[in-house]
Design a protein around this ligand. Structure first.
Ligand SMILES: CC(C)(COP(=O)(O)OP(=O)(O)OC[C@H]1O[C@@H](n2cnc3c(N)ncnc32)[C@H](O)[C@@H]1OP(=O)(O)O)[C@@H](O)C(=O)NCCC(=O)NCCS
Length: 381
């Protein structure tokens, strides 16, 4: 038995290697920290999807393809615009991706067909999120024609005005860092759904549903809410003590695979958070996160609990002035690359995922007619 499937290898993959010994992450053999420093999200997506870095011409073609797919079918546009304002943006995004399948010819089940569906979905996710966000604020949608990158397009479509080059680059780095992370819960969900030969829309819809949970991507919203609740560096200890005393978990801490040291992605995120704090002359969120790291570490590092990416992602998104509930769809927009890569890779040698379980329930009971059943002493439900 493997509770939580901990340590179980479910497939062979050439997409992402997490080297715990050396605290490194490699996307298709390339150091993620180098990609975050020198690459762009578009280039990284190309690498994840097609297995190698693109040439100048290939990158240009791919960027054009993404730009061409940055639109929503009219029924999806209407659905997103008219969604209840109180809806969570991640739920709206999940519903939008599901609705994108309607009217599409889904009969071709080849990896190539799923890949082109994946590129289409990935390209249109920022617009779905931005249209909903602006509609709930009573603002009309913006489609930034002049946007030069996925990151710029997203921030521009959300805010209605062009972001600075620095903000765009910060979002680009976040997209690269969040793009892929091996067989996490949402990637496994996408692959599991796709292993039935369900289409890419179904797989990504399911992956977004998985990402939502607070033990997975939802932690980046909870971490931002925690920063807001704490609000002053002097409140950190009191806040943490009260959470632990109530038996609650601290968002942005702990990870299924990083139990012997921190997540390697933190090096990039901490440095980016530091740069943004310095540029803005506002160290408040960074300092709260740093104090949290010290204090939670002093209490929980003996259990193998270290900060995870969501703590510093929350800080970075604060400096980028993202509304807190946008943190999660932002993660989904970036991670779509990894989901598509895993689904396509698995489809190439597909085998239905169908595990088993150990039965522990009662045996050989005899059916009792309804009229003869007695009320049990403890009722169910
Ligand atoms: C991510 C997470 C689900 C990993 O869980 P896991 O590998 O199943 O770890 P476990 O649930 O076995 O936890 C091991 C111990 O650490 C504790 N723990 C784990 N994360 C904790 C946290 N964030 N705060 C406080 N305690 C935590 C558990 O309560 C458990 O304690 P116990 O042994 O005394 O019962 C877990 O760390 C968590 O809930 N973190 C907070 C949410 C979060 O940030 N998620 C994003 C992950 S990238």
């Amino acid at each position: 038995m493997y509770p939580g499937l901990e340590g179980v290898e479910v497939k062979e993959s050439e997409i992402c290697f997490i080297d715990l010994e050396n605290s490194k992450i490699w996307y298709r053999g390339y150091d993620l920290e180098e990609l975050a420093q020198y690459s762009t999200y578009e280039e990284t997506v190309y690498l994840l999807l097609y297995g190698r870095l693109p040439t100048v011409g290939e990158l240009g073609e791919f960027s054009k393809k993404l730009a061409a797919h940055r639109r929503l079918p009219s029924h999806v546009y209407d659905l997103v615009t008219n969604a209840p304002k109180s809806g969570e943006p991640i739920d709206v995004l999940r519903t939008a991706v599901s609705a994108m399948a309607l009217g599409e010819d889904l009969s071709d089940k080849s990896p190539e067909a799923e890949l082109s569906r994946g590129v289409k979905i990935l390209a249109s996710m920022p617009l779905a999120v931005a249209v909903f966000h602006r509609a709930r604020d009573g603002q009309s949608a913006i489609t930034p024609e002049g946007a030069e990158s996925h990151a710029e397009y997203y921030l521009w479509a959300l805010r209605g005005e062009r972001p600075t080059a620095r903000e765009t680059r910060a979002m680009d780095v976040m997209f690269i860092i969040y793009a892929e992370h091996s067989m996490n819960n949402s990637a496994f969900t996408a692959v599991t759904v796709s292993s039935t030969l369900a289409d890419m829309y179904a797989a990504i819809t399911a992956a977004i549903a998985s990402l939502k949970g607070p033990l997975h991507g939802g932690a980046n919203v909870d971490a931002a809410r925690m920063l807001e609740e704490i609000n002053r560096i002097g409140n950190v200890e009191k806040w943490v003590d009260s959470q632990l005393a109530a038996g609650r978990r601290i968002p942005g801490f702990g990870h299924r695979i990083y139990k012997r040291g921190p997540d390697p992605r933190l090096r990039v995120l901490k440095s980016l958070a530091g740069d943004l704090a310095a540029e803005r002359g506002d160290y408040k969120w960074l300092e709260i996160a740093q104090r949290l790291e010290e204090y939670v570490g002093s209490k929980l590092s003996q259990k193998g609990i270290y900060p995870n990416t969501d703590l510093y992602a929350a800080v970075i998104f604060k400096y980028l002035q993202l509304p807190v509930d946008m943190n999660l769809p932002t993660f989904a927009i970036a991670r779509a690359a990894g989901w598509v890569a895993h689904v396509v890779e698995y489809r190439r040698a597909n085998r239905l995922i169908r595990p088993t379980e150990r039965y522990r329930g009662p045996a050989r009971l005899r059916y009792v007619p309804l009229s003869q059943r007695e009320t049990p002493t403890a009722s169910v439900g």
